[in-house]
Ligand binder design. Structure first.
Ligand SMILES: Cc1cc2nc3c(=O)[nH]c(=O)nc-3n(C[C@H](O)[C@H](O)[C@H](O)COP(=O)(O)OP(=O)(O)OC[C@H]3O[C@@H](n4cnc5c(N)ncnc54)[C@H](O)[C@@H]3O)c2cc1C
Length: 245
């Protein structure tokens, strides 16, 4: 049986679960969705949406989404994981809304189902498995041709720096006519630190959901949010506040 035909089973799976699950398209009141204390950070959300995260792989995908209205399935995985449980810890509903508006193949059940999946809110629970915004794309496109196409500002960046241009010496940036922090943004977070923080928050949220048997009140969630944020402030230096360009 060919692969695209098998993929249709996923479509019908999400249609079926979406039809039978009250509040399938939100976290609150959705009994299959883990209750997670996502951050409210409109600045980071805008950086992701507008392709200004400073991670060329993520930004190139978001440019393609805006220009073409279509991105590959694994590209959807990358940016959805980055926005939610991988790096920025922003609510999957916000990412879902952006996809809903920009995708030409936008579909209520499939879009919500996949955001639930990618954010480890339902269906998939291995939150320690995070897509790297640096190494994942490299596997498929080692020279960064995709990035150069969708982010022409980086077209002359040498291949060794194309996925992490902020590590290029200033002389290299000057020669490539792309100064990081001026012509292209610095990364909005450190992936290493942010992904560790995300795993810790996910672990605490999963513990709470298990303890409460999935019945997590607004108060429980707020208490958890306060606790995980307090721990973050104590252990993580304030994130790089880039000047948005
Ligand atoms: C965060 C996220 C959001 C998504 N939002 C949408 C959406 O709004 N609309 C949409 O059609 N697909 C969505 N997808 C699923 C998938 O990415 C696309 O269906 C796929 O990229 C289509 O590529 P294709 O045309 O090559 O189809 P193929 O890979 O050849 O698959 C054929 C058909 O099978 C179905 N299908 C394939 N993968 C999936 C999947 N994971 N879940 C459900 N059905 C699938 C689709 O109807 C697709 O057209 C989303 C995936 C992610 C990770």
């Amino acid at each position: 049986m060919c692969i695209w035909f098998l993929q249709l089973f996923w479509r019908d799976f999400f249609y079926t679960v979406g039809f039978g699950t009250p509040n399938f398209d939100r976290m609150r009141g959705n009994k299959i969705c883990r209750q997670i204390p996502w951050n409210n950070d409109d600045e980071l959300l805008a950086a992701w949406r507008d392709a200004r995260t400073g991670f060329p792989w993520i930004d190139a995908i978001m440019v393609q989404l805006r220009k073409w209205g279509w991105i590959h399935h694994l590209a959807r995985h990358s940016v959805a994981c980055f926005l939610t449980r991988g790096d920025l810890f922003i609510h999957w509903e916000k990412g879902r809304d952006v996809f809903e508006r920009l995708l030409v193949d936008s579909d209520w059940a499939i879009n919500n189902g996949n955001w639930l999946w990618l954010s480890c809110s339902a269906f998939f629970y291995q939150y320690h498995r995070i897509y790297s915004p640096i190494t994942f794309g490299k596997k498929y496109d080692p020279t960064g041709a995709y990035i150069r196409h969708f982010l022409p500002v980086l077209k002359d960046m040498p291949t060794e720096y194309i996925y992490e241009p902020w590590t290029a010496p200033l002389s290299v940036q000057t020669k490539a006519k792309c100064i990081i922090g001026k012509d292209y943004p610095k990364p909005v977070i450190s992936h290493e630190t942010a992904s560790k923080e995300c795993k810790r928050k996910m672990s605490e949220a999963y513990d709470l959901n298990k303890k409460q048997n999935g019945i997590v009140s607004d108060e429980d969630l707020q208490n958890l949010r306060t606790r995980v944020e307090d721990q973050s402030q104590a252990t993580v230096p304030r994130r790089l506040k880039q000047k948005l360009i």
